[in-house]
Every structure is written in C-alpha cells, then in structure tokens.
Design a protein around this ligand. Sequence first.
Ligand code: XMP
Length: 513
Amino acid sequence: MSHQTVIVLDFGGQYNQLIARRVRECGVYCEVRPYTTPLAELKAMEPIGFLFTGGPNSVYLEDAPHVDPAIFELGVPVLGICYGCQLMAHTLGGRVTAAQDDAAREYGKTETFYDTACPLFKGLPESGVSWMSHGDYMERVPEGFTLAARSKACPNVAIADVRRGFYGVQYHPEVNHTENGLQMIRNFLYEVCKARGDWTMEDYKRTAVAAIREKVGGGRVLLALSGGVDSSVCAALLAEAVGEQLTCVFVDHGLMRKDEGNEVQTAFQSWAMNFVRVDAEARFLERLAGVTEPERKRKIIGAEFIRVFEEEAKKIGAVDFLAQGTIYPDVIESGAGKAAVIKSHHNVGGLPDHVDFKEIIEPLRLLFKDEVRQLGRELGLPEYLVSRQPFPGPGLAIRVIGDLTKEKLDTLREADAIYRQEIGDAGLAGVIGQYFAVLTNTRSVGVMGDGRTYDYTLALRAVTTSDFMTADWARIPYPVLDRISTRIVNEVPGINRICYDITSKPPATIEWE
Ligand code: XMP
C-alpha cells in the first residue's frame, strides 16, 4: 500500500464516519472497522494509529463491546474518544463507574482546561469549550497514565500515556462544537502517529474508481441524474470508472432554474457514457395543473418522476446495478427516522418498482457534502455544477405559490436568474447558504410610466445556515437589495412589487411550500 493507514475502530457511536472524515481532512487515509474485526486482520492493515469511537454502552456491563487487550501490545498509538477512552482505561486496569452525582455526568458544551505540554494539545489554547456526552466516570486511571485535561466537574477529561502513545478524551473532538477539536486530531496523527500526510482527494478518486470497477465488472449501470451536486458527481465518478457501461437518465421536468437543463446536458454530453435527456415538461405540467396544495405537488412530482424514469429504464432493458448519489448525511437522516414530517422531501423520489436491476450501488455513501464537491472538482466537473446550492427535488413547483402555469414558471425563472446574478456579482454567493426567488400568488396595484399595473409580488429569500435544519435570514446590504428590486421590476413583465423575507427557521422553513 502506498499510503499510511489509520483505523477507526467503531463501537457504535453516532460520529464514527465523522471521525473518519476528520482524519481524511488531515490528509491521512483511514478506514472504519467494527470493533469485532479480528486483531490479525487489523494488524495486517499495518495501521500507524487507532481511533476508538464513542458508543452507547457502559464498559463495566457484561455485554459491552470490548477489544482484544493484545491491541495495546502492537506498539501502535491509540486515541480513545468517549466510550473509546473509557474502554481503554478499563482494559488497561483503570476503573470506570457510573457517575454518582449529576455534576460528574456531562452533556453538551463544557469549559475545559488543557495541559498544553501534552502532545495532543501542543500549540493550542489552555482552555476552550468541548462537547461532552458521557454518563460514566473514570474513577481510577490506569498505571502509566497522567491527567491531561480537566473540567469543573471532572479532573480527568483527558488522559495520556505519552511513552506508549495512548491518549483518551471524554469529549468529542470530531464535532464542530469542540473548539480546536480538529487540531487535536491533527496533533494525534502528526505528533503521536508521525503521519506523513500522504492522502489526497486524488487518491480517494483512484481508490473509488478501482473499487467500482471491481464490483461492476462487465455489468451495466443505470443512474438517475438530476443535475444536483450529488448525482452529478456520482455520474462523473461512474463514467470515469466504467464509461460506456453507464447510462444516465436525466429527467427534465421543466421545473429547473433558467438554463439549468442545458447546463447539465452540456456538462455530461462529452463524457464517454450514455446520456439520455427526457423532456417531460408537458407531462409534469399537465399532472400539476390546478394543484395548489404543497404536499400534493410534492407527491405528484415524486410519483411522476419515478414513472418517467421507469419508462426510460424499460427502453434500456435489464441492468445489473442501479446507482444512487446517496451521501453520508442522507444515511444519517434516514436512520433517525423519528422526526415529525414537516415536508415530504424527496431526493429524486424513492426506488422505482419496475426497473430490472440486481443490486444498488452508492459510491458516495461515505462522503460529506464538501468532500463530494471536492471529488467533483477532482473529476473535472465544471465549477457551476460542483458549487451549486441545494435545490429541492420538486424544483420551482414549490417556489410558485399556489396554482402553477408555464407562464408563471417562466416569470419566476427570469426573476430568479437576475437575483442570483446580482448576489454573485456582489460577492455574496459563498456567504449565503441558499438564496432564491418565490413567486407569490398575491397581486397588487402599481404604477409604471403613467399607467396602472396589477401584477404579482415576488419574494426574495436568502438564508445563512450550516445544516439547513435551522437558518437565519441573510443580512443582504440595502444597496444590493435595491439593485435586485429595481432590475426585476424593470426587466421582468408581470412583477411589480418585491418583498424580502426576514424570518428565520424555525419558525418559518427555508422554502415557502
Ligand atoms: P425547508 O424548506 O424544509 O428546506 O426548510 C430545507 C432544505 O431542504 C430543501 N428542500 C427539499 N429538498 N426535496 C429536496 O430534495 C424537497 O422536497 C425539498 N423541500 C425542501 C430546501 O431547499 C432546503 O435546502
């Protein structure tokens, strides 16, 4: 193997892939393995370090996940996180118990004090907020370990055996809420494991391409390409791996933004693969005629999408693999499953029933959004596709409030294009998470030239957000709003009034429908 490997040993924590992602972010190759993997197998991977993840259990319970104690004899450094820390302490002769009083149980943001002489905290501030989530307490740390960080409630928030390269932290350095957490992981990799930093997205691409080739062999692959970031990168990766064995079906439902359909076609036409664009605008508009209720719009679009896709797939005949651009956050979200349904989001619908395929492949399943974008760049996709903002599956159908017509969609497309152009020209595109125009179904009186108008009101929406679960309205400078408003009412017939949406999420949602 040409690159160094770190193993993330998974004890069932929520953040196992996030840890892996952080390691990759630090330029080190990493694989997640279940804690049940035989030691010989782990050893054969010749890791330069282990990270033990958190997990829902208590180490002192009989059926709690354990490791082969011989893992500590390999001479390979270990960073234990939360459960991983307690497990290491427990296995090496320390004592872990349930915290007796509430004060020793810690959840959430906790002020933490670090010993900066410890290699894990080298070069970092002496205190900062860490993200805790533990109900157990290390009553006695194992021999050879010293205390490396503390909080008000807990004297041993971090422990270290510098000689053997064993470190444990009770908080989660991998989450953003822990200040300097990424730097701590970097210190573990570079100061303790002596990593070279020999892993890049180019390596990732090469490995992914090889893995797809091995899996697909001579088989045929079918992908529904929406033109969004995930499916576009998935298409490019598959095209690179299996070329003509891939067929991408791009269902153009006529609900995309201005020029978007052509942009997708231009980006993919020249690739060595089969690209099918289905012009289904008329069908979708027919189905949606007279429908005003947002959830019904969504359901109709989802169902019609699958129908069109199935019809195209039938023309292609049996395929071996159906590919999907599922990314890691989708995997987490579908796992959660208990949240109330606010909107029935669909990412290019569910699975088609009538497509003849043997297996599903999801080559982006372990990547986070920004890694997907990076991979897209690595594959040579144009920047306008790679950095595209999120766009809902039902498209502009849920941005024309109420009744839909082609004329209204065209009006919205023109206004939205001006809005996006001005935001881009003002240098705000990278700052604002998502921005778009909404054509309301309110009409009002205006005066233009010397005449009366009675036209539609357009709403501008722009939000800053890191996760799209919560969002704040963006403080766009007045001169920029002014320019947008003036241009739209002058250039787009049918609109005579512009409003700016100043609600956050919650209580509003990002989209209007
Ligand atoms: P809301 O409006 O729920 O939106 O605050 C959160 C994010 O999800 C996008 N969104 C959708 N994405 N299918 C999708 O694939 C949908 O039906 C859908 N509805 C909303 C929205 O654009 C925002 O990024």
